[in-house]
Design a protein around this ligand. Structure first.
Ligand code: NI
Length: 197
């Protein structure tokens, strides 16, 4: 188990489409997951995709701490335990999308407002090769969509629809204050809450 460096936006591996994993039960995959857990723990965050530590394979890990869990309607929701998802597939369960803040360990120092499906089903395999199929909404659904985008070479700024909402963390407070004041150039659909990752 080793803490690996997390690649940053611009690294070509982050733009690749990840290869499917043929044998989820292999020792190589277990070692990869151990490295990813260590690497995620070292920097703090709720999710990581294998390409972010330089391995272009279709595997993500994530969890939703109870204090961050939020349903699609903004109400409290249950947290999600640490999950390993191999060869994931996402299916939106409605056309509804929502805007909220995201961050990414591969885009350090920044936060952006990203539209995501509010209700999805994700499926894939676990480390024993068993099939996982889960319905998710709200923050849980957002985390999974963000992580799985990494497997298609997509970083969250590419999903943004209004680049005025790409903000350095140290400017966040001033930015949120400016949204509360009536401003002539204030954008529509202002996000209400911050939920960083
Ligand atoms: Ni990310």
């Amino acid at each position: 188990m080793t803490v690996q460096a997390i690649l940053k936006m611009g690294n070509p591996i982050l733009r690749q489409v990840a290869d499917p994993i043929e044998d989820p039960t292999s020792d190589d995959v277990r070692a990869l997951v151990a490295d990813m857990r260590d690497s995620l723990k070292a920097v703090g965050g709720v999710g990581l995709a294998a390409p972010q530590i330089g391995v272009p394979l279709a595997l993500v890990i994530f969890e939703v701490p109870p204090e961050r869990a939020q349903a699609a309607d903004g109400e409290e929701a249950d947290g999600v335990e640490a999950t390993i998802l191999i060869n994931p597939v996402i299916e939106p369960l409605s056309d509804e999308t929502a805007l909220d803040w995201e961050g990414c360990l591969s885009v350090p120092g920044l936060r952006g407002v990203v539209p995501r499906h509010t209700h999805i089903r994700y499926s894939g395999l676990d480390l024993d090769g068993n099939r996982i199929s889960v319905e998710a909404e709200g923050f849980h659904a957002r985390v999974v969509q963000h992580e799985c985008d990494h497997l298609n070479g997509i970083l969250y700024p590419q999903r943004m629809t209004d680049m005025r909402y790409l903000v350095y963390e140290e400017e966040m407070e001033a930015f949120m204050d400016s949204l509360r004041k009536p401003a002539e150039d204030s954008a529509e659909n202002e996000p209400e809450e911050e939920s960083e990752r």
